[in-house]
Ligand binder design. Structure first.
Ligand code: NAP
Length: 264
């Protein structure tokens, strides 16, 4: 399927690895111009090189900015060109008890997960409305509704992204711009691979067994009963950046392997 993304420019926050990098790859294959982002010049340069190698026809650039720091976000906005597609992907979490989660922990997760999307959308949405075309996607999480008890701050930030996404969609009425939220479930990123490897070593089990145990004991509601690959999530994201997805706006799209449940 041709997603008709040739010539469109996409900025993906937090895209040197994981779902963000896989999305960059999917969009580059479709002919979009990609702007990668991460916290350091080195990681960004390295990711740009990797993407250029994987998609030799791709037009890829990169810009470093740490979304924990407002000043870096302000500088980033000065550097970015106009974009047609904004993917608010950057997200951090800290697994800890609610009672041990400090104000700083809360603020950092809200700053990176929510305020990054607020700043970028406030800057780009008016431009998209002016050109009467644009796509904004917020990468939320199944945790927004599952709310694991060791991830209350993260889950709160991911639920906030859903309200933000819906609110911004309402500002696009009658235009060619759409704003949607994508809700991934447990996904096999480099970070998840590392976690499985470490747990396997610690418990003297195979990685496959640790992974199967996770779905048997922790993410029991998953219908998929395995981690989604980053490409499976990225393919869905790519579709919702496409002109082909014009009739979907203000929606929450689940790529959660069925973990959230419900018929809508
Ligand atoms: N993985 C999952 O199972 C899962 C499930 C549901 C939802 N999600 C959501 O999907 C999104 C992507 O998750 P992921 O697991 O693919 O992420 P990840 O692998 O942890 O992503 C790491 C990326 O984020 C960048 N990054 C981290 N902190 C940053 C900051 N302060 N400023 C700028 N960039 C930063 C890293 O860049 P550098 O290291 O180069 O600085 C790297 O590119 C997140 O919003 C996450 O909440 C993930």
């Amino acid at each position: 399927m041709d997603l008709k993304l040739k010539g469109k420019t996409a900025f993906i926050s937090g895209s040197t690895a994981g779902i963000g990098f896989a999305t960059a790859k999917a969009l580059a294959k479709e002919g979009a111009n990609i702007i990668i982002n991460g916290r350091s010049k080195n990681s960004v340069t390295d990711a740009v090189k990797r993407l250029e190698k994987e998609v030799p026809s791709g037009l890829v650039s990169g810009v470093e900015a740490d979304f924990s720091y407002k000043k870096e976000v302000d500088n980033l906005l000065k550097k970015l060109p106009e974009v047609d597609i904004l993917i608010n992907n950057v997200g951090i979490y800290k697994s800890q008890s609610f009672f041990e989660t400090t104000d700083d922990d809360w603020q950092q997760q809200i700053e990176v997960n929510v305020m990054s999307g607020v700043s970028l959308s406030r800057y780009f949405l008016p431009k998209m409305l002016k050109q009467n075309w644009g796509r904004i996607l917020f990468i939320s999480s199944e945790c927004a509704t599952l709310v694991p008890e060791d991830l209350i701050a993260y889950s709160t930030s991911k639920a906030a992204m859903l309200a933000l996404s819906r609110g911004l969609a309402q500002l696009t009425k009658g235009s060619g711009v759409t704003v949607n939220a994508i809700v991934p479930g447990s996904t096999l990123t480099e970070g998840a691979e590392e976690f499985l490897k470490m747990t396997a070593e610690k418990e003297g089990k195979s990685k496959d067994l640790v992974s199967a145990d996770f779905f048997k004991k922790v993410r029991t509601s998953s219908l998929l009963q395995r981690f989604a690959s980053v490409d499976e999530v990225a393919n869905t994201i790519a579709y919702y950046t496409s002109p082909l997805s014009a009739a979907t706006n203000g929606a929450v799209i689940k790529v959660d392997g069925g973990s959230i449940g419900g018929i809508l």
